[in-house]
Design a protein around this ligand. Structure first.
Ligand SMILES: Cc1ncc(COP(=O)(O)O)c(C=O)c1O
Length: 402
């Protein structure tokens, strides 16, 4: 058998750099029996092609102002056409410093203070902050957990979208934290409701490229021209290629008037500078990173299989099966812990540092979001500690369909 071309089993000491996910472990070294599973990035080294491209750029040695490299937009376009069947017009692409910046600009440009932006919680916590910081109102259309699977509540969505205040919806596709990769049919239904009621869809597709085996990501704007005209798509290779700290993002805006407004706002905020390392990292990712990404997804799927098997033996916790992302949404409601007590329980009893379910809005209490993009050995040890902690808790299993 030939050696695997990429090594995801290597334990890399991320405490040697100011990695956010590992900050609570600073000084304790990589061997500490803690499981840093909060921040959504991977513990894996970036693809060799990305590191080689950045090294070449570093060796050039001159880092003055730069334009967008000629190959970057074609790399973006080819990647999305080949991987997702989404044909992006070059003129529709705008640079952005990061995805949340695009969400914030969209909210400030295309809604007014006091307008409502629809969220479908549990959902990425920063969405709430973006809306509050822009003095807009959150309109909640909670997802429904049915038979262990999250679904959109389309009746609720139609009612909410019909409110005069509802002007925008933040779509999370794939959905952080519950891991749904929304189907074409689901997205088409959402598109129809939003267009019928004049609600602009801001599609955060940062997790686009991490669909787990058996699932297929559909870009919202690829539904068709009408959907694209009513969408602001926010994309970035940050998550899939684990380059969040040295990469930027793109906003795809098909509607000409909105694109001009976006461009003008980017210019007003002077967020149109190009980072040389981000540019080469992104171009290398999209041009040459496919095999690494496929291998990384296969490794994460292997971690998920391990977690699924172990959790099935541990009373008091249920896995919500993710279809995409490297995040597992775990249901600990059977423990019956007081609100807010779960994260402390997991930290003290099992050394797990998780994202608290409550942070993701309504429906999050009693859940934890756990990042499984780590070495298999670390995950295995973490699961052993969880089994020991839960075994001693006296928790009893309840049905998971509530
Ligand atoms: C759904 C989602 N959107 C946006 C972000 C952050 O993106 P950026 O760092 O490009 O602002 C994250 C990071 O976890 C995320 O999960």
């Amino acid at each position: 058998m030939s050696a695997a071309p990429f090594d995801f089993d290597e334990e890399i000491d991320r405490t040697r750099v100011p990695a956010l996910k590992w900050r609570p472990l600073a000084g304790s070294g990589p061997e500490a029996e803690l499981f840093p599973a909060g921040v959504a990035d991977m513990d894996f080294r970036a693809a060799p092609c990305i590191r080689a491209a950045m090294r070449r750029r570093l060796d050039h040695g001159v880092f003055g102002y730069e334009a967008v490299p000629e190959g970057l937009f074609p790399a973006l376009i080819d990647w999305h056409a080949k991987r997702h069947g989404w044909h992006i017009e070059p003129s529709h692409i705008l640079r952005a410093p990061n995805v949340l910046d695009s969400l914030a600009i969209a909210a400030s440009l295309f809604t007014a203070p006091g307008d409502g932006i629809i969220l479908q919680p549990p959902v990425f916590f920063d969405f709430f902050d973006v809306i509050a910081e822009n003095r807009r109102e959150v309109l909640l259309n909670p997802l429904r957990l049915e038979g262990g699977r999250y679904e959109m509540d389309f009746e609720g969505l139609a009612r909410l979208a019909a409110r005069p205040r509802a002007k925008m919806l933040f779509l999370c596709n794939p959905h952080n934290p519950v891991g749904r990769v929304w189907s074409r049919a689901e997205l088409a239904r959402l598109d129809e409701i939003c267009r019928r009621h004049g609600v602009l869809v801001v599609a955060d597709e940062i997790h686009a490229d991490i669909a787990l085996p058996g699932h297929r990501f559909t870009p919202f704007a690829a539904l068709g021209e009408a959907a694209a005209a009513n969408a602001i798509s926010c994309i970035s290779p940050a998550k899939a290629f684990n380059i969040a700290s040295c990469c930027s993002a793109f906003t795809i805006v098909a509607d000409r008037a909105r694109r001009r407004a976006f461009q003008a706002e980017n210019s007003r905020l002077t967020v149109n500078k190009n980072n040389a390392f981000a540019s080469v990292a992104m171009e290398a990712a999209w041009r040459e990173g496919g095999p690494w990404l496929d291998a990384a997804i296969a490794y994460v799927a292997g971690n998920l299989a391990l977690m699924r098997a172990r959790l099935a033996e541990i009373p008091g916790v249920d896995l919500i099966e993710p279809e995409g992302t490297f995040l597992a949404w775990l249901d600990f409601r059977a423990l019956g812990l007081a609100p807010g007590a779960l994260a402390a329980f997991l930290r003290e009893r099992a050394g797990w540092l998780v994202s608290r379910g409550e942070a993701f809005g309504s429906g999050g209490a009693g859940f934890a979001r756990v990042n499984i993009a780590c070495t298999r050995a670390r995950l295995r040890r973490a699961l052993d500690r969880l089994a020991a902690a839960m075994g001693g808790s006296g928790a009893r299993r309840r049905p998971s369909s509530s």
